[in-house]
Design a protein. Sequence first.
Length: 234
Amino acid sequence: MVRKSKTKTKSPAAATAAVTPVIDQLPTTPLTPNEEATYDARRMLTMYRVALVNNLQPYEMISHLRENMVFEAERAKDLRRAGRGNTTATGEVIIDELMTRGGREFGVFVEGLKKQKIILLSDLLEEKHESTLINILETTSKTLGHHWKRLSLELGTAGFVPKVETRYSRIREQALYSLIIWEDSAGIAATERRLIEGLQAIKMKWALAIVKQLLNPNGTKKKKGKRKSGKKKK
């Protein structure tokens, strides 16, 4: 049985022609193979949206998708214009566009990730790997460097270090894969709080600050005391 993703889809860019579907519930009727492939593709794009946008080389991806007949040249120009020169916004536009497409187009997108050497994320998408913490884990992994091994020791996954190093060569992907393994192996014990405790234990202040910022983007503002009104005594 497929676990429902808790990740919500962001609003599509105003310049995109189609409305982005929201994957908010499981299908209630049997799906055809094509329908199932489309459903899985959109579910994965929804779940990994933030991580994908953070890592995409969007202009190269648009070219790749156009060359592989996902859309025509004119649509490619529309997508580039919709991003207004901002890589993050252009990445969002690409995901919005793919959310209106099917399984074949999703497969082309995954191949594009591999061409860009975004190997781990492409593997996770192909495997339909579910991660409720992916947005926090992906951002955290970028701050760890070689210290991911120290964190794995703290989180109880040090035994997987050889597997991680064998499968992925890039430090950032090793760090993220180690955290994915922790989430899978720890089950319900894999929480934001436990991750914070692990980072505190190895004194990774920079990573810790970023995780806390993600969990509380607005921060805690101190309330200013009101000044008492009234006339001064002479």
